[in-house]
Design a protein around this ligand. Structure first.
Ligand SMILES: Cc1cc2nc3c(=O)[nH]c(=O)nc-3n(C[C@H](O)[C@H](O)[C@H](O)COP(=O)(O)OP(=O)(O)OC[C@H]3O[C@@H](n4cnc5c(N)ncnc54)[C@H](O)[C@@H]3O)c2cc1C
Length: 424
């Protein structure tokens, strides 16, 4: 069986690996010079710069089945976060006491959130642990904010911890995103740490590429697919310099392109972007967060500061440190229209207020990464309206996070489901 895959993101590469391993003759065609789509890493003077800050949850079921996690040499974050407040210069730790008993005392005395909130978190944890992914995404839906209100969490807990932490994950600090995404990521984080591969997030995509190639697939980069059409006996895939007649085609591009290529109306085309700015610090000026992310309890600019090389030392050369700040859009703040200098100034101000004992001047801007389409928008109920992998006509299939939910788990699982549909 001859199969062509358009797009070498996680979904396309997983589909290609699975089908090749099952004996199909697979070719992958990727528009960009490198594979990985939204999961890529650039090298810059010995620093590893992911295309936007993101992490892998090793507890994702599809990460366990599709990836060789040991080979990724995962470097893990500590649970919870440092909550930072510029107006008073206060910093405090909020950790998961079940995963990190050593942080129990610090967390118990954290005054940013109430004791009742801390106890409710433990009850919520037991509650979400009972449901698997399918059940979580099949249940009735609501916004994260409304869901937490119904659970009785205080406004202060929602604003000071959930908004920067889960708003950072969903790229929406207003917490209007589907509570299903919150429940499932909360469950994943209760089950294990967030992690970075030692060689950067792009190592995940490279590993999938090698897996597919070892099984016999060919992967062609700088090769945009221009059209995909179902035919009487398969599909016709056109690129600038060639036309392929195949038994089946998988469209594994980003969602807006997938909609254009297949005409399937239920493929979502709107979604939040992400802005990440990278900085270096001399090694002696490193901040000690004990491998935790620093959250801005007061606003989205920056939403968080991440000590990347303290978590994964390979992200920075020699005795240098690599950090990044993430910026989220708000009513009165759009990081996409702000200059790199203006964003850096916001980080310098926050850093100086949060860490007055460190010289903020040592923080040097390295690069700003703007990803216009980072996830598809996930308002409550959206997952009920997403296309299935066999939504296009004939032997044309879809693979992409948007057939599941916007995440690494969603993309890997979608690739596997598409491969199974083609093999049927
Ligand atoms: C900044 C950021 C932070 C994130 N944080 C997290 C996180 O912490 N945890 C998590 O689980 N998920 C996170 N995500 C989401 C996750 O990365 C995505 O859901 C997932 O990578 C999507 O994979 P995909 O294969 O579906 O699509 P994509 O990665 O978009 O892959 C599509 C591929 O198709 C290619 N393509 C497009 N058009 C064509 C064409 N015409 N011909 C050929 N090829 C084409 C593209 O170049 C691309 O390589 C984040 C995403 C971003 C951007």
């Amino acid at each position: 069986m001859r199969v062509a895959v358009a797009g070498a993101g996680l979904a396309g590469l997983t589909a290609a690996a699975r089908l090749s391993e099952a004996g199909a003759d697979v070719s992958v065609h990727e528009r960009e010079p490198t594979v990985g789509g939204r999961v890529r890493t650039d090298r810059h003077d010995g620093y590893l710069l992911d295309r936007g800050f993101q992490v892998l949850f090793p507890a994702y079921p599809a990460a366990k089945t599709e990836l060789d996690l040991d080979a990724l040499d995962l470097q893990t974050f500590s649970s919870g976060a440092v909550l930072a407040r510029a107006s008073t210069g206060e910093r405090s730790v909020l950790a998961d006491p079940l995963r990190e008993p050593r942080a129990l005392v610090e967390s118990a005395f954290n005054r940013e959130v109430t004791t009742i909130d801390k106890l409710r978190t433990l009850v919520l944890r037991r509650n979400v642990a009972m449901r698997d992914e399918d059940e979580t995404f099949a249940r009735s839906d609501n916004s994260i904010r409304e869901y937490l209100r119904k659970w009785g969490f205080s406004q202060q807990y929602v604003e000071r911890f959930v908004a920067p932490f889960y708003g950072g994950i969903t790229l929406d600090r207003s917490l209007a995103t589907s509570k299903r995404v919150f429940e499932y990521t909360f469950k994943m984080l209760s089950a294990g740490p967030a992690a970075l591969p030692a060689e950067g997030m792009g190592a995940i995509s490279r590993q999938l590429r090698v897996r597919a190639e070892r099984a016999g697939a060919t992967v062609e980069t700088d090769a945009a697919v221009e059209s995909v059409v179902a035919t009487d006996d398969g599909a016709r895939v056109s690129l600038a310099d060639q036309t392929l007649n195949v038994d089946a085609a998988i469209v594994a591009t980003d969602p807006p392109t997938a909609r254009e290529l297949t005409g399937v109306d239920s493929v979502p085309t709107e979604g939040p972007g992400s802005v990440t700015q990278f900085y270096t610090l001399p090694g002696h000026a490193a901040i000690d967060t004990r491998r935790r992310i620093v959250l801005n309890v007061e606003g989205p600019a920056p939403n968080a500061l991440v000590p990347l090389s303290s978590v994964a030392p390979g992200y920075a050369p020699g005795d240098r440190q690599l950090l990044c700040a993430t910026f989220l859009a708000a009513d009165d703040f759009d990081p996409f229209v702000m200059s790199d200098d203006a964003l850096a100034e916001r980080t310098h101000e926050a850093f100086a207020a949060w860490y007055p004992e460190r010289a903020a001047g040592g923080l040097k801007r390295l690069e700003t990464v703007r990803v216009p389409f980072a996830q598809f928008a996930q308002p409550p109920g959206v997952h009920d309206r997403l296309p299935t992998v066999d939504a296009p006509a004939g032997e044309v299939y879809l693979a992409g996070d948007y057939t599941e939910w916007s995440s690494i788990q969603g993309a890997l699982r979608s690739g596997r489901t598409a491969a199974a549909a083609v093999s049927k």
